[in-house]
Design a protein around this ligand. Structure first.
Ligand code: ZN
Length: 473
């Protein structure tokens, strides 16, 4: 009964929301929007230069081949919000055809163009739809990042494999999972082969673990004019790369790829220990997802409910310029992963953290296109204006965390106050501003706060929430 009532309420809310949308978007005779009240604060006066990346897919997007068309109309809104890159799923045709999320690549040159594995389109759409999406993104000055799976393949035909003494699915040609006919492969391109038994790291996809030491593989992946890297960059129009599962091969592979095509690049070095990620970043020469930051937030907000975990090691503290921070991704949000994720009830505190601290933040599609949207937009607005300068920790205990971003030049910076207790919290802290009126840009309080002649201010934060303070005018 109670569930029924809740369900009806949700339905009603849904109808109301769509009414609102249709009212505001019917164009034509509407009066111009009312100008905002005079005290909107200072955000519009500053550009920190900070932008963010949108992870523009989630695990199990509807397998209709309509995903590129689904996100294209959203790009303008994302650009306005402060998104300067979108990360697309691996575009190559995978063994599971129209159901493939891209991590079982079969034909790197079939981006929704050839009829194989039961479909012409990929799960996300056709090559023409991908090109149209990229074109729209570029007009909005949004870079497009391709997910690149170099570690393993899937979907080839059976052949005799002398290195294994049995038949293996390692034959890729025009009639075996590689309709494009480019980068045909056989057992020699996988481990074990006549060069060695395995590469630097453990085998992942046992039979189809790609050998990057083969000249032929290097030529097709990145070196030759017809390589995957150059085709994706020069013909398709990708601007950057998200390298999948980089623990599966040497960092030199990424380094050589980047020497050929350049662009923005981030690696999925899945490791919670910041110095390990930092070492890989140093070896590969590109950025990495800050899994250390992710796990410290998960421990601080969810697992241990102790914000002192935020004071521990993260990649962004070692090298912010190479740290891509995130709160959720396609893996953490899988239905069967309830443990290694940041709970919905804590997500916005985590977004407040990554969008006020250093690092290049990723916004997860499923979080943005949800009831969190306006709050994420507000945080992005803070991120692109006053999240600037060095960081000073003002206070940490189990329940509360206060950080001052010191600003730069005439950019005043901000103070972030997070609270995971069930009571409102208040603390007097040292600001960089003397005898100034402050405003909480999180919109969670509207208390008047003024700093004294020494710059001290008494700020507060509601229970289980965060506030973000800066100059009111
Ligand atoms: Zn090898």
């Amino acid at each position: 009964m109670q569930n029924n009532t809740l369900f009806r309420t949700l339905l009603l809310c849904g109808c109301f929301a769509s009414l609102l949308v249709s009212c505001s978007s019917d164009g034509g005779d509407n009066p111009p929007p009312t100008p905002p009240p005079s005290n909107t604060g200072i955000l519009s006066q500053f550009d920190s230069g900070n932008r963010a990346m949108m992870q523009a897919f989630y695990w199990d997007v509807t397998p209709q081949g309509e995903w590129y068309n689904t996100i294209k109309p959203k790009l303008e809104d994302w650009a306005t919000a402060g998104i300067d890159r979108i990360w697309l799923a691996s575009p190559a045709k995978g063994q599971s055809g129209g159901y493939s999320m891209g991590y079982d690549p079969s034909d790197y040159f079939d981006l929704g163009e050839y009829d194989q594995h039961g479909t012409v389109k990929t799960r996300f759409g056709s090559k023409a739809e991908l090109l149209s999406l990229i074109d729209t993104a570029h007009k909005l000055k949004i870079g497009v990042v391709a997910d690149i799976v170099l570690n393993h393949n899937s979907g080839g035909g059976l052949e005799d494999n002398p290195h294994r003494g049995k038949k293996t699915y390692t034959l890729f040609d025009q009639t075996h999972g590689n309709a494009s006919g480019k980068f045909n492969r056989n057992y020699e391109m996988y481990h074990p082969n006549s060069i060695h038994n395995n590469d630097e790291e453990a085998l992942f996809f046992e039979e189809q673990d790609v050998c990057h030491h083969q000249e032929y593989v290097q030529d097709w992946f990145w070196k030759s004019e017809n390589s995957v890297a150059k085709y994706y960059k020069n013909t398709i129009g990708f601007d950057g790369w998200r390298f999948d599962y980089v623990k599966g091969f040497g960092a030199w592979v990424v380094k050589e790829w980047m020497q050929e095509v350049g662009g923005f690049a981030v690696g999925e070095y899945w490791d919670g220990y910041a110095p390990n990620i930092a070492k890989w970043v140093n070896d590969a020469g590109i950025a990495a997802f800050d899994f250390a930051c992710f796990y410290k937030m998960e421990e601080a907000f969810d697992r241990h409910k102790d914000l002192s975990y935020l004071d521990r090691d993260m990649l962004r503290k070692i090298d912010a310029s190479k740290a891509v921070t995130f709160v959720a991704n396609h893996d953490t949000e899988k239905d069967d992963n309830q443990d290694n994720r940041i709970a919905r009830s804590n997500k916005m505190k985590a977004y407040a953290y990554i969008l006020t601290h250093s690092g290049y933040p990723t916004i997860f599609y499923g979080d943005y296109e949800s009831s969190f949207k306006s709050e994420v937009q507000n945080l992005l607005n803070i991120h692109k204006s006053i999240a600037k300068g060095t960081e000073t920790n003002l206070h940490t205990d189990k329940n509360t965390y206060i950080m001052r971003r010191n600003g730069e030049g005439n950019n005043p910076g901000l103070i972030l106050y997070i609270n995971i207790s069930n009571q409102k919290q208040t603390r007097t802290v040292a600001t960089n501003w003397k005898q100034k009126r402050l405003k909480d840009y999180s919109k969670h309080t509207n208390e008047g706060v003024t700093t004294d002649a020494d710059g001290m201010a008494t700020i507060s934060v509601p229970a289980n929430s965060y506030t973000i303070w800066s100059l009111a005018e």
